[in-house]
Write a protein that binds this ligand. Sequence first.
Ligand SMILES: Cc1cc2nc3c(=O)[nH]c(=O)nc-3n(C[C@H](O)[C@H](O)[C@H](O)COP(=O)(O)O)c2cc1C
Length: 326
Amino acid sequence: MKRDLSVRIGSLELRNPVLVASGIIGYGREYERLVSLEEIGGIVTKTVTRHARAGNPPPRVCETPAGMLNSIGIENPGLEGFLAVKVPVLRGLPCAVIVSVEGENVPEFCELVEGVDGSGVAHAIEVNISCPNVGPHGMRYSTDAGMAREVMGAIRPLTKLPLIAKLTPNVTRIGEIAEACESCGADAVSLVNTFVGMAVDARTRKPILGTVLGGLSGPAIKPLALAKVWEVVQAVDIPVVGMGGITRPVDAVEFLLLGARAVEVGTALFADPTLAEGCVSEIDRYLEKMGSSSVDDLIGGLEVPEGRGVIRAGCAPRTVRGGRAS
Ligand SMILES: Cc1cc2nc3c(=O)[nH]c(=O)nc-3n(C[C@H](O)[C@H](O)[C@H](O)COP(=O)(O)O)c2cc1C
């Protein structure tokens, strides 16, 4: 039996639900020698900003017992550099290309979306409203539902490309931010970006990162990320793209069981560049074991006892009916 792993995120059709997260493999070609891009669903590019950014002062990464802290600060060539140098590189990649953008204000977001739309290279745009490493504006638009509405509402009319709002987990009620994005025409939400974290060197009595605070990613955050994805799949009807700490192929299956329509693999690729393909194989194997021919049967299949796992009033978790979540 041939199994169908394809999923849709708005009008974006993916051959399978496994993407590589933003910031991990640059613009795709850097990664091409390590993994065959034909086998994964797509890549999310490094975030592009209006103006070129040199990134933050070093040290910008620091290993932690179960993950890493980074404060890269969105080092990138800016919109013009992206259009001139990176777009030709992205053209013809054998998988979906999702371009990530981040503005300091609403007019910059608008310029970025128009620029990426006009490039003709993107299959979708991930709107990064969640970076903890670029100063106060980085997370502003996804820690406040009103501001999320403002930015998503402004860019929605500017493109027909699917818009995926990437959310920060550094909030109390992520479901409300996701709802705000949905109400302004986001085609999907992706989560989580990194958790704000810090590392200290007791010997030197100094913070380890050049920016003092950074973003925590990797296996340490997986349970936290699962809980955020769980909250958001209850709150919105648009597709949810889940990520955060996927380190073993079966981790990807867990996010899909929660109800994520696709997953993004990040930090763990630094240790195992073949992990994204491994996730695709694991999803296929899991379907085979289920005796199922479609990944749709797996998505949202988590069996939760009635009335349990409620995150807030009015948000009923899926309950099991006839052995399948509904
Ligand atoms: C070194 C590094 C750079 C990152 N750069 C970006 C970025 O430019 N834009 C973005 O939206 N997320 C960026 N992220 C966040 C990841 O895309 C992802 O949301 C996060 O790391 C959680 O997933 P993980 O635990 O699988 O890495 C970066 C993460 C790392 C580790």
